[in-house]
Design a protein around this ligand. Structure first.
Ligand code: ARG
Length: 482
C-alpha cells in the first residue's frame, strides 16, 4: 500500500495498518466523543503529568514538554470557552485532544503518547473523574445531613406516630425520625470515603496491558495527580472497572435512602396525613385540576432511583464476561457511570435545598399519634414494672385496646375502673404512662426517642459532621482539582 493512501484518509492514529478507511457507520458506532468529552479536563491533567514525567526521565526533550504544556493550555481554554471542535472522526476525547495538540505544536504533540496507551489513559481519566465526583457527592451529602440536623433540632420534641407496617405503632419525635435518615446518609458518606481509597490508584504505566519498555517513573505521576498508590498489576489496571461499579453501588444506596425519604414526604404531604407541606417552588400543578399541588420532586427522586439501579446492573453485566485485559466493551462504562453521578448529584442538591423549606404541621402529627393506641406498649411495660410477666401484660392490654376500640375511644379516655377490669395492677399512676409525652420521655437511652436523647444525638451528629469537614479540608490539593 502506498503510504499516502494509508495515512491521511481517516487521520486516525492507528491508520498505518489499514488499507481502507473505516466505514462511516462503524465510525459512528465506535465513537465515544459524544459522551466522553466530559473527561477532557482530567485527560489533560493526566497527559501533563505523563509528559512531565517523560521529560524528567529524559524520554522527551525540554522543548517538547514546553510545547505540550503550551498546547494543552490553549486546548483547555478552548474547551472551557466551548470553542473546541470535537470531531466524530477522531473517535474519543483522547484522540481529539491529541490531534489538536499535534495541530498546534507539531512534532512534540506526537511524542506525548510515548510509553502510554489509551487503555491506561482512559482508566486514569475515569479514576480521576470518579474521585472528583466522590468529593462532590460527599460535600452534598454533608449539606443535606446538616439540613436534616437543623430540622431535627427544631422538632426534637415534636411528637408524631411512629409506624410499623404503616400502622400506628408507638409515638416518636419528628426529630428522631429525621435522625434515622441522618444515619443512613452518614453510612453512605462513609461508603463513599472507603470507595475513594480504592479509586485513588494510578493505572498509568500499564500502557496497553503489559507495561512499557521505557524507563518511566510511575510514583512521580501518581504524586502529581494526587493518587495514593499505584495499580499493582498492569493487566488489572487497564481492564477492571470495579471502582466505577463500586461508586454506582454507593450511588444506588444513596438513591435508595433518598427514595424512602421521598416516599415519606409524599405520604406526609397527602391531606390524609397532612403532616407537612413542601414549599411551592418544589411542587407543580395539574394541567386539569386547578386545586392540585403535587410533590413532583420527591416523586421523581423515587422514580430516578430506578435508573440508578439500572446503571449499576448495566456495569456489572458489562464486566462479567470480559477476558483480560482491555476490551472495547469498557467504553460502555461511561454513560451509566455519568448518569448515576449526575442523578445522585442533582437529587442530593435538590433535597438539601428543599428540606429547610418544609413546613411542619405539629398539631396534625400530634393528633395522628393520639389515634391508634400508640401508648399501649407503655401500659404493658407499666404492668411489667408492677410485677406482671410481659406476655400476660401484653394480653391484658390487648383486651383493653379491643374494649376501647369497641367503645370508639383512646386508652387514656378509659376510667381507672374500666382499665382495672383488664388488670387489677393498674393504678392511678397509669394515666401518666398513657400520655404521648410520657411515652416519649420514657425511652431515654442513647438511640431512643426521648427529646433529651434526640438533642444529645444531634449534638453528637454535629460533632461528627464537623470532624468530617476538617478531614476533607486536609485532603491534598491536587486530589481535589477537577
Ligand atoms: N474510548 C476508549 C474507552 O473509553 C478508550 C480506550 C480505547 N482503547 C482501545 N484499545 N481501543 O475505553
Amino acid at each position: 500500500m502506498p503510504s499516502d493512501n494509508k495515512k491521511s484518509r481517516s487521520g486516525k492514529r492507528w491508520s498505518g495498518r489499514f488499507s481502507e478507511p473505516v466505514a462511516e457507520q462503524v465510525q459512528r458506532y465506535t465513537a465515544s466523543v459524544g459522551f466522553d468529552q466530559r473527561l477532557a479536563d482530567v485527560d489533560i491533567m493526566g497527559s501533563l503529568a505523563h509528559a512531565r514525567m517523560l521529560r524528567a526521565q529524559g524520554i522527551i526533550g525540554r522543548d517538547d514538554l514546553a510545547a505540550i504544556e503550551r498546547g494543552m493550555e490553549r486546548i483547555r481554554a478552548d474547551i472551557a470557552a466551548e470553542r473546541f471542535e470535537w470531531s466524530l472522526e477522531h473517535e474519543d476525547v483522547h484522540f481529539n485532544i491529541e490531534r489538536r495538540l499535534t495541530e498546534l505544536v507539531g512534532e512534540a504533540g506526537k511524542r506525548l503518547h510515548t510509553a502510554r496507551s489509551r487503555n491506561d489513559q482512559v482508566a486514569t481519566d475515569v479514576r480521576l473523574y470518579v474521585r472528583a465526583a466522590i468529593d462532590e457527592l460527599r460535600e452534598l451529602l454533608r449539606k443535606l445531613r446538616a439540613a436534616l440536623l437543623d430540622l431535627a433540632q427544631a422538632h426534637a420534641a415534636t411528637v408524631m406516630p411512629g409506624f410499623t407496617h404503616l400502622q400506628v405503632a408507638q409515638p416518636v419525635t419528628f426529630g428522631h425520625h429525621l435522625l434515622a435518615y441522618f444515619e443512613m446518609l452518614s453510612r453512605d458518606a462513609e461508603r463513599l470515603r472507603d470507595c475513594r481509597a480504592r479509586v485513588n490508584r494510578l493505572p498509568l504505566g500499564a500502557a496497553a496491558l503489559a507495561g512499557t519498555s521505557f524507563p518511566i517513573d510511575r510514583d512521580r505521576v501518581a504524586h502529581e495527580l494526587g493518587f495514593e498508590a499505584l495499580c499493582e498489576n498492569s493487566l488489572d489496571a487497564v481492564s477492571d472497572r470495579d471502582f466505577a461499579i463500586e461508586l454506582c453501588a454507593c450511588a444506588a444506596l444513596v438513591m435508595m435512602h433518598l427514595s424512602r425519604l421521598a416516599e415519606e414526604l409524599v405520604l406526609w404531604m397527602s391531606p390524609r396525613y397532612g403532616f407537612i407541606d413542601l414549599p411551592d417552588r418544589f411542587c407543580t400543578g395539574s394541567s386539569i385540576m386547578p386545586q392540585k399541588k403535587n410533590p413532583d420532586v420527591p416523586e421523581l427522586a423515587r422514580g430516578k432511583t430506578g435508573r440508578v439501579y439500572g446503571d449499576l446492573m448495566a456495569l456489572l453485566t458489562l464486566m462479567k464476561g470480559q477476558p483480560l485485559a482491555y476490551n472495547k466493551d469498557n467504553q460502555e462504562d461511561k454513560e451509566p457511570l455519568f448518569d448515576s453521578i449526575d442523578t445522585v448529584r442533582d437529587t442530593l442538591a435538590i433535597f438539601a435545598e428543599m428540606l429547610p423549606g418544609i413546613e411542619v404541621h405539629a398539631e396534625a402529627m400530634q393528633q395522628a399519634a393520639q389515634q391508634g393506641y400508640a401508648t399501649a406498649t407503655d401500659l404493658a411495660d407499666y404492668l411489667v414494672r408492677k410485677g406482671l410477666a410481659f406476655r400476660d401484660a401484653h394480653e391484658a392490654v390487648g383486651q383493653a385496646v379491643r374494649y376501647a376500640a369497641e367503645k370508639g375511644c383512646d386508652l387514656a379516655a378509659l376510667s381507672l375502673e374500666e382499665l382495672r377490669r383488664f388488670c387489677p395492677l393498674i393504678g392511678p399512676d397509669a394515666a401518666a404512662v398513657l400520655t404521648l409525652s410520657g411515652s416519649l420521655a420514657a425511652r431515654s437511652h442513647p438511640g431512643g426517642t426521648a427529646p433529651r436523647q434526640v438533642r444529645s444525638a444531634i449534638a453528637r451528629a454535629r460533632r461528627r459532621l464537623a470532624a468530617e469537614e476538617r478531614r476533607n479540608r486536609a485532603q491534598p490539593r491536587a486530589a481535589k482539582r477537577l
